[in-house]
Design a protein around this ligand. Structure first.
Ligand SMILES: [Fe+2]
Length: 303
């Protein structure tokens, strides 16, 4: 297939990730690696003043060339890797414009889907929803818009004996308009966490529970402390080993008991001193190791 013929396809249905055979992938098949990135967030750079994001109006001029270039550079590097990663997961804020910010939202969706379709077809792309993707104050329709464009807002899958659980973290930040959907998310999560057969359990989400310390104060980038502690304890007692997030536009992380939470900086706009890039994650029988790479430093082989 030529690159020109590739089109973006939604990869989830009924809260399952379609590219992986859910029975076969429950078996441990030996070490592998995958790639985790976050916050392509097409359009943020143009609207960032240095301290805040300005609202847009339909008449303003805007472009997202810089984020398209950064995302495309990652994809070109991943396409050159040998062996190929088992999957590439983008932990939210795929686009910047909210669902009501037209015409920018539609154009950003179209452009990022074009770039995602340039990923080698042997590398499944996993999309995770961020606050800009489903809305800071999500509604049924803002979530549906994400689902229609990028797939289910939460789901789970198995990959080589590892149970991967993708959350919609926006339910833990603002759920007033969608309390019924939040409840369904919690019931689903309790159900999937009951599976103790896999070699490792990994959670993927956009908003981190915390940035450096599990008992830190609430700020813009983390989750309110009571919800945070309740959920961290739930994950830890279910045997979760790692939680991978984005949203902070800086690399950071910390631990809760024996569980590690990893926050990966943006592919798009940096708010700290990191360079645009992605994290490579190597999974072995007893461990999960990870290393962040600026795009230009990505190796061809990570096994
Ligand atoms: Fe975000």
């Amino acid at each position: 297939m030529t690159e020109e013929n590739r089109t973006f396809k939604i990869q989830t249905a009924n809260r399952r990730f379609l590219p992986f055979d859910s029975e076969k992938e429950k078996e441990w098949q030996g070490p592998f690696f995958f790639v985790q990135g976050a916050d392509c967030q097409l359009g943020l750079t143009y609207r960032w003043t240095g301290t805040t994001r300005v609202a847009c109006n339909p008449e303003m001029s805007m472009n997202w060339d810089v984020e398209m270039k950064a995302t495309r550079a990652v994809i070109e590097k991943l396409n050159q890797m040998e062996p190929k990663p088992k999957f590439f997961i983008v932990c939210g804020d795929i686009v910047d414009a909210f669902d009501f910010e037209e015409p920018f939202r539609s154009r950003q969706e179209k452009d990022i889907k074009q770039i995602f379709s340039e990923l080698d077809p042997s590398i499944p792309l996993v999309c995770v929803c961020g606050n800009h993707d489903v809305g800071d104050e999500p509604t049924r329709s803002s979530i549906q818009r994400y689902v229609d464009n990028f797939g289910d807002d939460y789901f789970d899958f198995y990959c080589g004996g590892v149970h991967c659980i993708v959350l919609n973290s926006q339910f833990y930040t603002h759920s007033a308009n969608v309390e019924d959907l939040k409840l369904q998310h919690e019931q689903w999560l309790d159900e999937v966490l009951k599976d103790k057969q896999s070699k490792h359990i990994i959670i993927f989400q956009h908003i981190p529970w915390f940035l450096k310390s599990y008992d830190e104060e609430k700020d813009y980038f983390n989750v309110e402390i009571n919800t945070r502690l309740k959920m961290l304890e739930k994950f830890h007692s279910a045997g979760v080993k790692k939680i991978f997030c984005g949203h902070y536009h800086r690399n950071t992380g910390g631990t809760y008991k024996s569980m590690e939470q990893v926050v990966t900086t943006a592919i798009g706009l940096q708010l700290g001193k990191d360079q645009s890039g992605v994290r490579l994650v190597r999974v072995t029988e007893n461990d999960i190791e990870h290393q962040y790479f600026p795009t230009e430093d990505l190796p061809k082989n990570f096994l």
